[in-house]
Design a protein around this ligand. Structure first.
Ligand code: NAD
Ligand code: GLY
Length: 382
């Protein structure tokens, strides 16, 4: 990817406001942008071995050229590293290197690196500035924006954390070209989600340009990343701490998180679980009369075109309903669910057990299209 115009999305949160900059090539300008924000002194770049090998040299070079004293902190790859143990390892490095309140932490990686590094920045000397440099589609359209940081507890995902907004988000979409295809496609689920919850135009754009996105064409990628960031920023500006509206970002996640946990976080990537969750949740909305069949049909066609899974894996009603009770949208024992009323608009409503059970019993039984089965289908098509 080469240069295109730079997009700047503003996240206005009083003294916690920041910019999201989006342009291929930004990775080599991290140092200049940190200088521009008035930072000086020490910067630690937190990354993992895979991303570090690909992108840390360029980031560290740009920081040194801008006069920063740099240090890189490498944590293991994958969700298994999202624990307090690795937060502690980062804190050890910061203490040893005598990082101060004004020193900066740069999170270079996907959602896992961003969540851990952001949490370390939130708690080190009660909070130091951090900058997100996201390198996966999930991180570029979702996790790097909005200030949710944290790690998993052995009994549940994201149970330990803090709201700590980054001081800047630098998105270089060129980094997506090295992403494994399965990770890229999983990220598209979150983009489809934005279309469904808030932006009919984005949804239609995805319908017209899914082929180009799957071919990783630069223009459509930059467009959907920027538009997703605009939507996330506007939701976060309205409800930073998820008291109400921010819950719409969890569309597809009530069923999706339940499937992730039933699969022990190994069977499905997060985006794949969200895709299945959106297909089931829009069907629940149709079942209870919140939306027309056409809304469900359009969404399912787009999910399929992206190559995402759309059918429930083998699971009983009790298993699914039981796992859904750990959802963050359970309040006073009632489960709330995000239901589409049309493409681009959702409502948040209580979902009763009996209603969900009736829907579960009425839906047609379809064979689950696992990752390997979808891969076999797409190679037959090619
Ligand atoms: P991830 O961070 O595990 O990255 C996925 C894989 O891609 C990893 O193996 C990583 O090493 C590799 N990778 C990353 N960038 C690469 C690149 N450019 N080229 C090649 N390989 C690359 O997964 P993710 O999907 O980015 O993030 C998932 C995590 O994000 C979960 O822990 C989830 O809870 C969290 N999350 C947080 C928020 C939030 O608001 N804080 C929102 C959504 C998701
Ligand atoms: N990813 C959901 C949120 O940031 O609220």
């Amino acid at each position: 990817m080469t240069g295109t115009d730079e997009h700047c999305v503003k996240v206005s949160l009083a003294e916690r406001s920041y910019d999201i900059l989006i342009r291929p090539g930004l990775l080599t300008e991290v140092g200049r942008h940190l200088r521009h924000l008035g930072f000086a002194g020490k910067v630690a770049v937190v990354t993992n071995p895979v991303i570090g090998r690909l992108y840390a040299p360029a980031v560290l070079r740009s920081l040194r050229t801008a006069g920063f004293k740099t240090r890189s902190i490498v944590i293991p790859e994958g969700e298994r590293a999202k624990t307090l143990r690795w937060v502690s390892a980062i804190l050890d490095e910061l203490v040893k290197a005598r990082f101060e309140r004004g020193s900066v932490l740069v999170a270079l990686g996907g959602g896992v690196v961003g969540d851990i590094a952001g949490f370390a920045a939130a708690v080190y000397v009660r909070g130091i500035p951090f900058v997100q440099v996201p390198t996966t589609l999930v991180a570029q359209v979702d996790s790097s924006v909005g200030g949710k940081t944290g790690v998993n507890h052995s009994l549940g995902k994201n149970l330990i954390g803090a709201f700590h907004q980054p001081r800047l988000v630098l998105i270089d979409p060129a980094t997506l070209t090295t992403l494994p295809t399965r990770e890229w496609v999983a990220g598209l689920a979150e983009v489809i989600k934005y279309g469904m919850i808030a932006d009919e135009e984005l949804f239609s754009y995805l319908e017209r340009h899914m082929g180009a996105l799957l071919r990783m064409e630069e223009g459509p990628i930059v467009h959907v990343v920027a538009q997703s960031c605009r939507i996330k920023a506007s939701v976060v500006m309205e409800d930073e701490r998820e008291a109400d509206r921010r819950r719409i970002l969890n569309y597809g996640h009530t069923v999706g998180h339940a499937l992730e946990s039933l699969g022990k976080y190994r069977a499905l990537l997060h985006g794949e679980a969200v895709a299945i969750g959106m297909v089931q949740e829009v069907d629940v909305a149709r079942h209870v009369g919140r939306c027309d069949k056409e809304v469900a049909t359009r969404q399912r066609a787009l999910v399929r075109e992206a190559g995402l899974p759309d059918t429930l894996p083998p699971v009983t009603f009790s298993e699914l309903w039981g796992a859904m009770q750990h959802d963050k949208k359970v309040a006073q024992g009632r489960l709330y669910c995000v239901l589409p009323v049309r493409v681009g608009q959702v409502v948040i409503e209580p979902l009763e057990r009996a209603t969900f059970e009736r829907w579960f019993a009425s839906r047609p039984r379809e064979p689950h299209r696992s990752h390997s089965r979808r891969r076999a289908e797409s190679s037959q098509r090619a």
